[in-house]
Every structure is written in structure tokens, then in C-alpha cells.
Design a protein around this ligand. Structure first.
Ligand SMILES: *Cc1c(COP(=O)(O)O)cnc(C)c1O
Length: 398
């Protein structure tokens, strides 16, 4: 049995007629840059996330870049972020001329450790307040500790930018003083949220695309200007921006897919629950296989909220050699799997050597021991069972 890590075929098959209609509509409109397709999709994403504005951008990377450029972050500035993410999170910081400050990750969620973020901000407060933004990532589809991070952002008056590229629709619980809980969606948890529509994200386009959401209208207007070469009024440039526009074609396709996003989230969550049952029945948890932790599963009302959208289902094993052997074993049995990510950001060669010395043991351990398994919504029960049975066979044979 073949189990791909991701197969976009089933959703293409069911949506093909609607997608072709959307493509034809854009083609025949002869309006390919911005315009009503982009505006409509922006409005739908703002409504979905619960923010006042949404600005369509050319990729998740460009959403992050526009977020930093619109805050005038540049040389001499620092951005507090996580060492365990896709490269873009750090890449944009370096591209505007600023430097990343890393704190380690939380071992359960793989997200930024908020207590260490507090320590870093306290240190920075004494050292001239060079941290100009906090940039957490909602890794694999589960929100970072946003209640704590937003308190810190307020306390130190530093903007909070969500890298929500893997987490569109993920909900985060905020406990109120009276004990009740308010759930809010990613993109609505800080100054702004940055989304990616790379084809492998839960909402993926027919190519690259991104979005920035914010409820700060003034900031939203800045991002809109930065998206279009800093223009304010045709050919009048108040600032330097770029060509960071979302294609009308992508907006039209994504708008078709948005109707199905919540049902896809449900499919992924159901697969995750099924994995949990299969792994437990196989006697593999918590040793040798550690399953992804659902941080918010115990919060009242969690069952009605997408507290983890499972862009990835990432297990951990005991050591690097075991992970690498298991990965090869699964690939040999035609089971797709991948390492997100094999090297931490603070260890990347593009960084100045002096910055690569940081010791962030939890992130380094995650890079050594984690492995993503297939989780896309259309997986069949037999495929999930085959994945777990194959992992069980691997452990029996070694
Ligand atoms: C995918 C991703 C990005 C970048 O998005 P692109 O659309 O590929 O530019 C940024 N951050 C994280 C965490 C991502 O997963």
C-alpha cells in the first residue's frame, strides 16, 4: 500500500469544475492584478479570522516581510523569535537588516517558550530596548502561548506578529478574569497575522500566495502601500515597498477552497485522533514514540474549536539515529514522511558564525528526533493503520 505524505489529487478531483469556473472567470475578466477577486477573498479571510482588515500578498514570506517593513524594522533592531521554524521566519528578519534573538521552544508544543521570551524581553529592557517585534510561529497548526505572549507584548509595548503560515483557522483559548474562556483565531491574536497559501498548507493555492490580517486599520493601510511599492496615489511613493501582490487567479482559486477549509480541518483532526488510538493499541506510546501534544485539548469547549489544525502530524522518537532509520524504513515501505526541520534556524550557515554558537537544547533535540507522518484529510482508515503497523514492525525488527 502506498501512503503519500500529501496528495492534493482528491480535493482537485472534487473541486475541479468550480476551480475551472473560477479560472475562466479571471481569464475572461482580463483583470489579473488585484481587483474584485482579491478584494472579495480578502474580505472573506478577514471575516474568517475575525479581523478588520486582510491584505492579499504574494506569499507567506512576503506577508512576513511586509509586516516588518511596515513597522520600519531595520539595521540595529532585533526581533524575538523561535529557532524551530521554516527558514522564512528568520529570513525576513535578516532581509530587512535586523537580527533575530532566539529563545528555546517548549518541549510539548515545539512553539516559542513564553517564559524564556519574558526573560529575553526583561534583559532587552535593560539593554536599550532593541527588540522591536515578537515573532512567534504557530508550528504545525497549533497556536503558540498567545495569552502569555500578548501580555508581554503589552507590558513592553512591542508589536506581536504571528507567523500563522501553518495555522489558518487555528483557535487559541484566552481565559477571562471571571473564569470563562474566549476562543480567538490565529491572525487575530496580535498586531497582525501572516498566512501562506503554499500548496501544502491547509488552505493551499495553485502556486504561491499569502495574506496579512490586522485589526489596526492604520497599520493595514501601511501594509497595503508596502505591498505596492509604497505607493500612495498612482506613481507617488511615500516609502519603499515591493511588488508583494496576491494574484487575482490565486484569490479566485483560494476562494473556492475556503468553503471547504473547516471540513478539511475536521478531517485532519479525525486522522490525528485515529493515529492516537492506533499508536496506543500498538503499545508504542509514549515510548518509543511520542505523539504530538494537544496543548488546549483540556480547555472547556475545546471540542467545538479547531485548537489544532494539524498542518503536520509530527511524532518524536528517542534519538537521531533511530529517527533516520525509521524515516528510511517508512520510505522503503512507500510511506511518505519528512523532517520539519532537520536543522534549527540558529544553526543555519547563512548566519554570521558568532550567532551560530547559541545553545538551544530543546529545539536541537526536536530537530534530531521529529518526523512528520501523512495527515491530509482524505487519507483512508487502512492507510493510517498501515502507517502504524509499519512503525510497529520497524520496532519489532530492531
Ligand atoms: C510556509 C511557511 C512560511 C512561508 O510561506 P511561503 O508562502 O512559502 O512563502 C513561513 N513560515 C512558516 C512557519 C511556514 O510554514
Amino acid at each position: 500500500m502506498r501512503v503519500p505524505l500529501l496528495d492534493l489529487g482528491p480535493q482537485l478531483h472534487s473541486l475541479r469544475p468550480r476551480m475551472l469556473d473560477a479560472l475562466t472567470r479571471v481569464l475572461d475578466s482580463t483583470g489579473y492584478i488585484l481587483g474584485p477577486e482579491v478584494t472579495d477573498f480578502e474580505e472573506r479571510i478577514a471575516a474568517y479570522c475575525g479581523t478588520k482588515c486582510a491584505i492579499g500578498l504574494s506569499s507567506g514570506t512576503d506577508a512576513l516581510l511586509a509586516a516588518l517593513m511596515s513597522l520600519d524594522i531595520g539595521p540595529g533592531d532585533l526581533v524575538l523569535t523561535t529557532p524551530y521554524s521554516f527558514f522564512a521566519t528568520m529570513g525576513v528578519v535578516l532581509r530587512v537588516g535586523a537580527l533575530p534573538v532566539f529563545v528555546d521552544i517548549d518541549p510539548d508544543s515545539f512553539n516559542m517558550n513564553a517564559d524564556q521570551a519574558a526573560e529575553a524581553l526583561a534583559r532587552d529592557h535593560k539593554n536599550g530596548r532593541k527588540i522591536k517585534a515578537i515573532l512567534p510561529v504557530h508550528l504545525y497548526g497549533q497556536c503558540a502561548d498567545m495569552p502569555k505572549l500578548s501580555r508581554l507584548a503589552q507590558e513592553y509595548a512591542v508589536p506581536l506578529i504571528e507567523d500563522a503560515a501553518q495555522a489558518i483557522g487555528a483557535e487559541c483559548p484566552f481565559e477571562q478574569p471571571d473564569g470563562s474562556v474566549i476562543w480567538k483565531r490565529s491572525g487575530n491574536l496580535g498586531l497582525c497575522g501572516c498566512f501562506s497559501f503554499f500548496p501544502s498548507k491547509n488552505l493551499g493555492g495553485m502556486g504561491d500566495g499569502g495574506m496579512l490580517t490586522t485589526s489596526d486599520e492604520q497599520y493595514g493601510a501601511l501594509v497595503r502601500s508596502v505591498r505596492n511599492h509604497g505607493e500612495e496615489g498612482r506613481y507617488y511613493h511615500k516609502r519603499v515597498g515591493g511588488n508583494f501582490r496576491l494574484d487575482a487567479l490565486q484569490a479566485a482559486i483560494l476562494s473556492v477552497k475556503l468553503d471547504y477549509l473547516d471540513s478539511w480541518h475536521q478531517g485532519r483532526a479525525a486522522n490525528a485522533a485515529q493515529y492516537r488510538k492506533l499508536f496506543a493499541d500498538a503499545g508504542l506510546t509514549d515510548n518509543p514514540v511520542r505523539l504530538p501534544q494537544e496543548l488546549y485539548a483540556q480547555v472547556p469547549g475545546a471540542a467545538e474549536h479547531h485548537h489544532h489544525i494539524y498542518n503536520q502530524f509530527v511524532i518524536r522518537v528517542r534519538r537521531r539515529s533511530e529517527r533516520d532509520k525509521l524515516r528510511q524504513y517508512l520510505l522503503d515501505h512507500e510511506i511518505g514522511c519528512a523532517i520539519y526541520y532537520p536543522l534549527c534556524l540558529h544553526q543555519q550557515e547563512c548566519l554570521p558564525a558568532a550567532m551560530r554558537g547559541a545553545h538551544l537544547p530543546v529545539a536541537e533535540e526536536a530537530a534530531a528526533t521529529s518526523l512528520a507522518l501523512p495527515i491530509f484529510p482524505e487519507l483512508q482508515a487502512e492507510q493510517l493503520a498501515f502507517v502504524v503497523a509499519t512503525i510497529q514492525k520497524f520496532y519489532k525488527s530492531c
